[in-house]
Design a binder for this molecule. Structure first.
Ligand SMILES: Cc1cc2nc3c(=O)[nH]c(=O)nc-3n(C[C@H](O)[C@H](O)[C@H](O)COP(=O)(O)OP(=O)(O)OC[C@H]3O[C@@H](n4cnc5c(N)ncnc54)[C@H](O)[C@@H]3O)c2cc1C
Length: 518
């Protein structure tokens, strides 16, 4: 088995793991990050898209609110290309607790979360689809954050500084010697080959899979999993993030992201990190709650639903509590102290907004173990904009497609997201062992209104021709994944689109087994 030696292994290529690896790298620590899939395949790619102002947590979790406010400001400086400065609103509806807004505003001041009251008239001028019945309105510094772009920036920055990122490698064993973790055995999921990596410290940043990773070291992590469903409406119904000004609950945030608006979330306890099902009542609830903010929202086209899993540290006393009631703050456990397993640290929970701070705190624990006394510099080291274009800005793409300056017009492969053939060819050349789902995360392939009804086949054909790889260019799993997000939305325009896509796949191309699409 090939082997190499490093100082630090980070397990998990979500925001937390990449943040830890980036911080370590800046301190001169040799690091290998191992991700079993692609970047953002876990919760970091399945979230609500909100760069929190902190407003949501000022009463329920004041320290988290302060952390969010600080990190919000820092991230805007470090990675401006990943953030759309939509601004945010907290609005109360007639049925919301009338004493809440004043208590909330006082708590904003106490926690350092910038917020001020504005008139309903000015809000309605800015957001004409919002309900005219809103009672009170406040402005905050929420924004929308493209996690795929952020993860790519982190990965590129990390690699540029000599850090290693192994995608599609799963940690299958942690090597233990005399009460200390001294390395890991990893499986290359593309080739089936195994490798061993020796390290002084291993960080478990495996998100909802943290419990199974910890079990590789014989550590039992008490973790509760909460699954949240989200629903993207096919148009941008608001241009500002809109939160309900009431105690946090299901379906109380609306986030504009690119061309869509995302309603979310629910919070259901689940047993496994792979349980991404969405129950019909969750969609009904999200729409019913959003109706209070945007009357008539159910008449707009729903584009797609998805869900993400939140791991919440649940030490014994809170066992059995509803996951919505468990603290959202992160937990860092040095298993040398908690379980007598040295060189092994887990970081659990938190928010994408606070990933940098979480990483800094992890490094406070492990840097001394690695003999480093260099201080943290992630708050002041910008993540350079990637060399890729910022593909997901539709106006930018449209301009590029239309301004051909005498050259023949670019060939469009995806009409919804305006992805050209050359975009796709560039991405195919840049990604190691790409599949169509990677192209979706990189280019937004198949994420528009037709949900891959046309571009999926074109991309599969091109991938096949370029790479000579999988029999159908990875098309079947890609279509299954698109289908999963459409299935809970079988009414109106979406039902027509689903039926059209299904007939193309099944009857025209004979691609997808009927049993799996029923
Ligand atoms: C429904 C929902 C909505 C949310 N909305 C927001 C929001 O709007 N704003 C916000 O700030 N936060 C939000 N959050 C929280 C935020 O998404 C998470 O805190 C963050 O994404 C967690 O990132 P992570 O890196 O810890 O985990 P993940 O992104 O899940 O990464 C863990 C990675 O570990 C990998 N892995 C697991 N096991 C192994 C193994 N054995 N070997 C190799 N790799 C492995 C997985 O493949 C995965 O990619 C939301 C969370 C949920 C659930």
């Amino acid at each position: 088995m090939p082997s190499l030696s490093t100082q630090l292994i980070v397990i998990g290529g979500g925001a937390t793991g990449l943040g830890v690896a980036w911080d370590a790298c800046l301190r001169g620590i040799k690091v290998v990050l191992v991700e079993q899939s692609d970047l953002g395949q876990g919760t970091s790619g399945r979230y609500h898209g909100l760069l929190h102002s902190g407003g949501r947590y000022v009463l329920s979790d004041p320290p988290s609110a302060t952390d969010c406010a600080r990190e919000n400001e820092i991230l805007r400086r470090l990675a401006p290309t990943t953030i759309e400065d939509t601004g945010g609103l907290f609005v109360s509806a007639p049925a919301d607790p009338p004493d809440f807004p004043d208590r909330w505003l006082t708590a904003c001041q106490a926690t350092g979360v910038p917020a001020h009251e504005i008139s309903r008239a000015s809000v309605l001028q800015r957001e004409p689809l919002l309900s005219p019945n809103l009672v009170r309105c406040f402005e905050v510094l929420d924004a929308s954050l493209d996690s795929f772009d952020l993860l790519h920036l982190l990965c590129a920055a990390l690699r540029a500084r000599g850090g290693q990122v192994w995608l599609r490698h799963r940690v299958e064993r942690l090597v233990q010697r005399q009460g200390a973790i001294v390395g890991a055995e990893v499986l290359d999921l593309a080739t089936g080959e195994r490798a061993s990596i020796g390290a002084q410290v291993v960080v478990n940043a495996a998100g909802p899979w943290a419990r199974s990773v910890a079990s590789l070291a014989g550590v039992d992590l008490p973790i509760a999993l909460g699954r949240g469903a989200m629903l993207a409406m096919a148009s941008r119904l608001v241009s500002t993030v809109v939160n309900r000004c009431k105690p946090p609950s299901d379906g109380d945030i609306l986030v504009p992201v690119g061309t869509v608006s995302i309603l979310g979330t629910t919070d259901e306890p689940v047993e496994t990190p792979d349980d991404l099902t969405i129950a019909p009542w969750e969609i009904d609830l999200l729409l019913a709650e959003a109706e209070i903010l945007v009357p008539g929202i159910a008449g707009h086209r729903a584009l797609r639903a998805w869900s993400g899993i939140r791991p919440l540290y649940r030490p014994a006393p809170a066992a059995g509590a509803a996951t919505r009631l468990l603290p959202r703050a992160h937990t860092i456990l040095d298993h040398g102290e908690t379980h007598g397993v040295r060189g092994f640290v887990s970081v659990i929970g938190g928010k994408l907004t606070t990933f940098r701070l979480m990483a800094e705190q992890v490094l406070q624990v492990i840097a001394p173990q690695l003999g480093s006394d260099t201080s943290c510099s992630t708050a002041t080291t910008p993540l350079e904009p990637s060399e890729r274009r910022k593909f997901h800005q539709l106006p930018g793409r449209l301009e590029r497609v239309e301004r051909t300056q005498g050259a023949p017009p670019a060939q469009l492969l995806c009409e919804c997201e305006l992805i050209t053939r050359s975009d796709l060819e560039t991405a195919l050349g840049a990604i190691e062992a790409p599949d169509l789902d990677d192209l979706r995360r990189d280019l937004r392939l198949g994420m528009g209104p037709c949900q891959a009804a046309f571009c999926g086949y074109r991309a599969a054909g091109l991938a096949l021709r370029r790479l000579g790889a999988p029999a159908d260019g990875g098309l079947t799993p890609f279509l299954h994944e698109r289908w999963r997000g459409l299935r809970p939305l079988g009414w109106g325009h979406t039902l027509r689109q689903m039926e059209f896509g299904r007939r193309v796949a099944l009857e025209l191309l004979g691609l997808v087994e009927p049993a799996e699409t029923s």
